[in-house]
Design a protein around this ligand. Structure first.
Ligand code: COA
Length: 263
C-alpha cells in the first residue's frame, strides 16, 4: 500500500523513457495511479501499447511515443507531443538503458559505444531536449543509475562508465537548473526482479542465488519499491531535494568490490 495520498500527482505530467517495460514501466504505473498523465517512450511500439493499456485499464491516463533515445530529434518530437497533449512536463524519468554482461575483451568498440549511447547520451538527449518543456519551478528530473557507477563490477565496464557519467551529468544539471527550480536526482537500483537487465545478468537459479548472497537484505528488490522512491522524488514532498544519488539496492553497494557476475 502506498504511503502517499491517492492523487498526490494530480494535474502533473510525467515523461518516462524506458516506460514500456521493467523499472520505467513500474514508475509510470505508479505515477498514473497517483493522478499523473504519463507519456511512455521506448523503442518498441508493441511494448508501449501493452504498458499503456495496463495503465488505462486501471483508470489512468497514458500516451505513447516510439523512438530511440539515441536519436535527439526523435526524443525532441516525443517531448513536443507530450507538451501538445498534456502540457508542461513535471516529472522526467530517464530510464531507457541497454546492457549485456561481457568482459572488456569480449566487447567490440561498437558494443561499448552502444551502451554509452543508450544510457549516457540518451539521458543527455532527454534532459537537454526536455528543458524547454519542463515546468519551472517545480519539475523533477530522475535518472536511473546503477551501483556499477561507483563500485567497479566485472562484466559491467560499459554500464559502469555510462552510469558514472549519468551521476555526474545529473549532479551538474542540479547546479545549472537549480536556480530555475528544476530538481535533478538519480535513483540507483540494486538487483530488481522482473527486469530485462536482471534476466540478462542473472539468467538462472545459481546466478540468482549468488546475487542474493551479495545483498545484505538477501533478496532481489521489486519494481514497486523503486516506484515508491520515484513517486517521492517526483512529488512536492521532495521539494528541497536535488543533486542526490538515492540507493534502493538492499545494501548491495556496501558489499566488497563486486565480482558477483564473474563466478
Ligand atoms: N556481448 C558482446 N557484444 C555484444 C553483446 C554481447 N552479449 N550484445 C551485443 N553486443 C554488441 C554487438 O555485437 C554490436 O557490436 P558489433 O557491431 O561490433 O558487432 C553492438 O553490441 C551493438 O549491438 P546491436 O544489437 O546492433 O545494438 P542495439 O543498439 O540494437 O542493442 C544492446 C543495444 C546491445 C544494449 C542490446 O543488448 C539491447 O538492445 N538490449 C535491450 C535492452 C536492455 O538491455 N535492457 C536492459 C537494461 S538494464
Amino acid at each position: 500500500m502506498s504511503i502517499f495520498r491517492e492523487q498526490v500527482l494530480k494535474g502533473k505530467t510525467a515523461f518516462v523513457t524506458g516506460g514500456g517495460s521493467g523499472i520505467g514501466q513500474g514508475m509510470a504505473e505508479r505515477f498514473a495511479q497517483h493522478g499523473a498523465k504519463v507519456m511512455l517512450v521506448g523503442r518498441k511500439q508493441e511494448k508501449l501499447d501493452v504498458a499503456a493499456a495496463v495503465i488505462r485499464s486501471k483508470g489512468g491516463v497514458a500516451a505513447t511515443h516510439a523512438t530511440d533515445v539515441r536519436d535527439y530529434n526523435g526524443v525532441a518530437a516525443a517531448l513536443q507531443s507530450t507538451r501538445d497533449q498534456f502540457g508542461e512536463i513535471d516529472i522526467l524519468v530517464c530510464g531507457a538503458a541497454g546492457n549485456f554482461p561481457s568482459p572488456v575483451l569480449g566487447m567490440s568498440a561498437n558494443g561499448f559505444k552502444a551502451v554509452i549511447d543508450i544510457d549516457l547520451l540518451g539521458t543527455f538527449n532527454t534532459c537537454r531536449a526536455a528543458y524547454e518543456h519542463l515546468r519551472k519551478p517545480g519539475a523533477s528530473v530522475i535518472a536511473i543509475s546503477a551501483s556499477f557507477a561507483f563500485q567497479p563490477t566485472a562484466l559491467q565496464a560499459h554500464v559502469g562508465a555510462a552510469k558514472a557519467g549519468i551521476d555526474i551529468l545529473i549532479k551538474t544539471l542540479a547546479i545549472e537548473w537549480g536556480p530555475s527550480g528544476v530538481r535533478c536526482n538519480c535513483i540507483t537500483p540494486g538487483p530488481t526482479d522482473e527486469t530485462e537487465g536482471m534476466r540478462r545478468l542473472a539468467p538462472d537459479d545459481q546466478a540468482r542465488a549468488r546475487v542474493e548472497r551479495s545483498v545484505p537484505l538477501r533478496r532481489f528488490g521489486t519494481k514497486d519499491e523503486l516506484a515508491d522512491l520515484a513517486l517521492f522524488l517526483g512529488s512536492d514532498a521532495a521539494s528541497y531535494i536535488t543533486g542526490g544519488i538515492y540507493l534502493c539496492d538492499g545494501g548491495m553497494s556496501l558489499s566488497r568490490p563486486s565480482e558477483w557476475l564473474a563466478h
